[in-house]
Design a protein around this ligand. Structure first.
Ligand SMILES: [Mn+2]
Length: 282
């Protein structure tokens, strides 16, 4: 059982690195693709299943889907420890079924898991909680599982750039840190230090409340028009947080997804009109 999980994680990380549309840490998707974009999942299995059901990848050969921040949140084991990793493992199996069409991008909680750094949420340290649940389930194999999980998380792309000038990442560098961000991180090999403040993978995934000025400068830097991000909680499942920014959330009963036809040019308004509540999917 642990050996199967380690193999799954290893195959997943090889698959992340081998994606044909990936160069360095950026996935650039062409016009013939329809991309289903989603926000943070946070261990919400039912929403993960709804996304899979909506995608129906087996019958839609041009359709792709992206996931972010699956870890932390959702069901707990009998000792109250976080079992969100189970949804991650299922998402990796899904990727291995459709390796070129299921994409993962790095979230800030992934950087924290990789570094064993502390993130408090609801009075609990969330990474400790995941590690304890893994110890409980995998016993003496737990250290190997945790190491391979870190390697998997580290192998994820940083962002997706769509043919129609839409950019997807977990967040964007904000405030004064936007000046410290080195966009060359998209092209080069990642280092552990990139995941630690003020490393550029850290800055890309942890930013909040991004000003219009920074959004405009970042759009120019990445040569895109519109950003779709996760990371910041959205009670109604989505929010427009700037002239060119939509934030999605897929981690609760009002969670959403957003299908995008990459051959079409969108306004932010047209994208908002295309948002689909996950609760409407059976
Ligand atoms: Mn986040």
């Amino acid at each position: 059982m642990p050996q199967k999980t380690i193999e799954l994680l290893k195959n997943g990380l090889e698959s992340n690195k081998a994606e044909k549309f990936r160069r360095g840490n950026l996935i650039s998707l062409p016009g013939e693709v329809e991309l289903i974009t989603t926000g943070d999942i946070h261990g919400h299995r039912r929403n993960f299943e709804r996304i899979v059901s909506f995608c129906d990848l087996a019958n839609n050969p041009n359709r792709h889907v992206m996931f972010q921040e699956i870890l932390h949140g959702g069901p707990e084991d009998e000792e109250g420890h976080c079992q969100s990793y189970k949804v991650l493992f299922d998402a990796i199996s899904y990727k291995l079924e459709f390796p070129e069409r299921v994409h993962f991008i790095l979230g800030n909680h992934d950087t924290a898991f990789i570094n064993n750094s502390k993130v408090m949420k609801g009075g609990k340290e969330v990474n400790d909680s995941i590690r304890l649940a893994l110890d409980h389930e995998f016993k003496e194999a737990s250290e190997d599982i945790k190491l391979t999980m870190k390697q998997f998380l580290f192998s994820q792309a940083l962002a997706i750039r769509c043919n129609n000038r839409i950019w997807l990442s977990h967040s964007l560098p904000s405030g004064r840190f936007s000046e410290k961000f080195d966009h060359r991180i998209m092209d080069r090999e990642l280092k552990i230090n990139d995941m630690v403040k003020p490393g550029s993978a850290y800055l890309l995934t942890w930013g909040r409340n991004i000003s219009q000025e920074v959004l405009d400068a970042t759009a120019e830097l990445f040569d895109v028009d519109i950003f779709i991000l996760g990371h910041q909680p959205q009670n109604q499942g989505w929010g427009q947080k700037g002239e060119n920014l939509i934030i999605l959330a897929s981690d609760h009963n009002h969670g959403c997804l957003l299908p995008i036809d990459l051959s079409k040019t969108y306004t932010v308004e047209a994208l908002i009109d295309s948002i689909i509540p996950l609760a409407s999917i059976s």
